[in-house]
Design a protein around this ligand. Structure first.
Ligand code: ADP
Ligand code: MG
Length: 393
């Protein structure tokens, strides 16, 4: 499939966090935002992410995005972000307006049929320092990764997940207020089973595609002799009837726990690495393959291996989303050099250059950004929410 070009030429934000001033004009390839901490660099990336997806990558509470206004608890406060997008030469304007508890999205002044339809228009992938939790932290980040990938191959996946979550909360409320014998529990469980099974199906497919790509990338950038395996680890029965049966059986336990013990809300992506037993090289001529030890990466991988695993997963996300949508995703890199040494930063940039899509990145140390200043690169400084173009001196 031919890969279409995609880039954002201009981003404007009003009433969004601390951002003020003129719209940002982005370069078609690299845009570098530098500035001290706390000036608004991440806010710019977040504004672009919201404009393209209607969601934030750092909070699920959209009201946090509204600029702290003069009046406390102002219900009329509104934040608007707008991106001028060019896909294969055709321009469009994507706008997201936020008001306490509401979200209005538009593509060229028309409202799309659903938020999912809006969110798949202009694929965007973020890397931020918190991303290390993908390999080391709790399962929520990995579920979000699966859901982002699932969304692009089947936008309806977002709908299944939303309905499952709604039914799950309603059931828990019934359990807590009216106990395990309440007559409508069965109806909620039927809904959980139906939409939960659909969610599992989308996630299993996403995990398979993502896993195959991540293992391949890890083979290229990871340690020699190590292999990464990425598989779907369902948090309950994947089949609707079985999930429904288990939910009914676990009512007392779920009431005690305060939440459902089984179901896709507890899904995970199992990350294991396989290494040959030590001394392998001495026996490598043996005809029978030696047993391979499988370890969960949590607790056993080194810091460097965790970074390689995260980079493999992100590279897989970019490739899978790009393939599903037929365009190269826009990449947002937050604080790239804060944690990386010169060597790793260089490795990251050789990876990025190979991606060929548009990249917007922030840094407190522009001297580490190993991309020539040229027509390929546009530089800005961010100070107290205001962007200024940096002219080469
Ligand atoms: N809702 C908000 N309204 C106004 N200012 C905000 C809001 N949320 C965060 N800020 C301000 O944004 C700044 C942090 O921006 P951020 O983009 O995280 O900085 P950095 O340049 O370090 O990435 C802080 O000064 C913070 O007070
Ligand atoms: Mg920041």
């Amino acid at each position: 499939m031919a890969v279409r070009s995609l880039h954002v030429s201009e981003l404007s934000a009003r009433g969004f966090r601390n951002l003020r001033g003129e719209p940002l004009r982005l370069g078609p390839r690299f845009t570098v935002l530098s500035g001290d901490n706390g000036q608004g660099k991440t806010n710019v990336l977040e504004a672009l992410y919201v404009a393209l997806t209607s969601k934030s990558f750092r909070t699920s509470k959209l009201s946090e995005l509204l600029a702290h206004g003069s009046r406390e608890g102002d219900d009329e406060a509104i934040a608007t972000v707008r991106a001028h997008v060019i896909e294969d030469g055709s321009p469009r304007v994507q706008t997201v307006a936020l008001r306490k508890g509401h979200r209005l999205v538009k593509i060229d002044d028309k409202r799309p049929a659903s938020l999912a339809e809006y969110a798949v228009q202009s694929p965007v992938v973020v890397f931020h320092p918190g991303e290390l939790s993908l390999s080391m932290g709790a399962s929520a980040e990995r579920r979000r990764l699966l859901d982002r990938v699932a969304l692009y191959s089947a936008p309806v996946a977002l709908d299944s997940l939303g309905r499952y979550t709604h039914a799950m909360r309603a059931r828990q409320k019934v359990l807590a207020t009216r106990g395990v014998g309440a007559s409508d529990l069965g109806d909620w469980e039927a809904l959980m089973a139906e939409h939960g099974a659909a969610t599992c199906e989308h996630r299993r497919r996403a995990a398979e595609k993502l896993g195959a790509r991540a293992s391949k990338v890890f083979g290229e950038i990871g340690s020699p002799g190590m292999a990464l395996s990425v598989t779907y680890a369902p948090g309950g029965p994947e089949e609707a009837e079985e999930l429904r049966r288990v939910l009914a059986e676990l009512r007392p336990a779920d009431l005690r726990r305060g939440s459902a013990n089984k179901g896709p809300h507890r899904d995970d992506l199992a990350l294991t690495h396989a290494s040959a037993p030590s001394g392998r090289s001495a026996f490598s001529t043996l005809a029978a393959p030696l047993p391979v030890a499988l370890h969960p990466v949590r607790g056993t991988a080194s810091q460097g291996q965790h970074r390689a695993i995260v980079l493999s997963l992100k590279a897989a996300e970019i490739a899978e989303i790009g393939a599903a949508r037929g365009v190269r995703p826009i990449l947002l890199l937050d604080d790239v050099s804060s944690e990386l040494d010169r060597e790793r930063t260089r490795a990251l940039f050789s990876f990025l250059r190979a991606q060929e899509g548009q990249v917007l990145l922030t840094t407190t140390r522009p001297e580490l950004i190993d991309i020539a200043r040229s027509d390929e690169r546009v530089d800005y400084t961010v100070c107290d929410g205001v962007l200024s173009a940096l002219v080469d001196g």
